[in-house]
Write a protein that binds this ligand. Sequence first.
Ligand code: MG
Length: 380
Amino acid sequence: MTLLSTSMLSAAFGQVFYGDPPDDHHPWAIHDQNRPKPPVVTPGTFSTPEQAGKPPSDAIVLFDGKDLSKWKSAKEEGGPAQWLVKDGYMEVVAKAGDIRTIEEFGDCQLHVEWAAPAKVEGSSQGRGNSGIFLMGLCEVQVLDCYNNETYADGYAGSVYGVNPPMANPLRPPGQFQVYDIVFRRPIYREGKVVDPGYVTVFVNGVLVQDHTPLEGPTGHMRRTTPGPFPERGPLKLQDHGNPVRFRNIWYRKLPPRAVEGGTDGWLTPEATMAKRREIAETIRKDAAKLPTPLPRMYRLFESLIYQKDAAAQQEAEDLARQYVASLRQLSPDQLTAKKDEVKRLDTVFQYLNRHGFLAADFGPKVEVQKLIKDQRWDKR
Ligand code: MG
């Protein structure tokens, strides 16, 4: 069916009237130019054992090695975070207690680096133990597991008590380990699970948790109780009595999932139609601002792909009739100059007809097809 090459099409229409239209579960057409473009993010730099890397440009930095201004004690009575800050890292001070961020947040990409004490003391869960508590509730274990065995669901990179890491890629104690975590909180509505929540973890670049379902908070010796979960909470770091060090802690917010109003991914028919209406309205507002009939007609037809609308359809068809009538007034030379424009219109009419937005016997469509044939523009 393609009349023009892909590159010509994209140049001519900016890839409108191009890919499959939206359906009941996907509000955007395929290759849709109306779809918001990804924001530019300047990437950071990777860390070396000696030096922490730089966070990406849209990261919210929680600890940059200088101070604990973004943190406080996690004790009920609150108070400042009483951990040691030195040489670009913070260090657990035994009995000072867990610390937590002042800010509370939910779904995120989280980056944390930590180092177990170089001087090896204790064994199993007693060696270089700390923890990263997502929203203060779900622990991704921090433990010196280098030549140190413990129960599988308590290894470094485990979702503590829930799921062991798929590998143990730890560096020796004293060296910084890099955790990259993707966290989606559990969502419950009226007591029912809508999304169990998930955590994905890379340890030193090695995948150890692959979209592991959460259900609820993690705990020691206790199975998770599924149930209501808050929308946001602090990031908490554990004081397990071992002088574990942390550096370079930052996170990036994640966009909402479809179940909470996000419009990427597979949507319900209701959510899809709501988004399609919104897209159609935006396009119609844009069409209303266009002074020239042809671009305005295209934009109106485009809006119909998202949502049927009698007035928009009528206006677009009227503009099409006017345009085709204007072609009849042209001299042969003037008409020849319009060849590309007319062929473009024919392609659009065919797209609209193919996807059910325009009748096969729509007058201007038939007339344009005939004109192309008469002019032998369909021949190479
Ligand atoms: Mg721990």
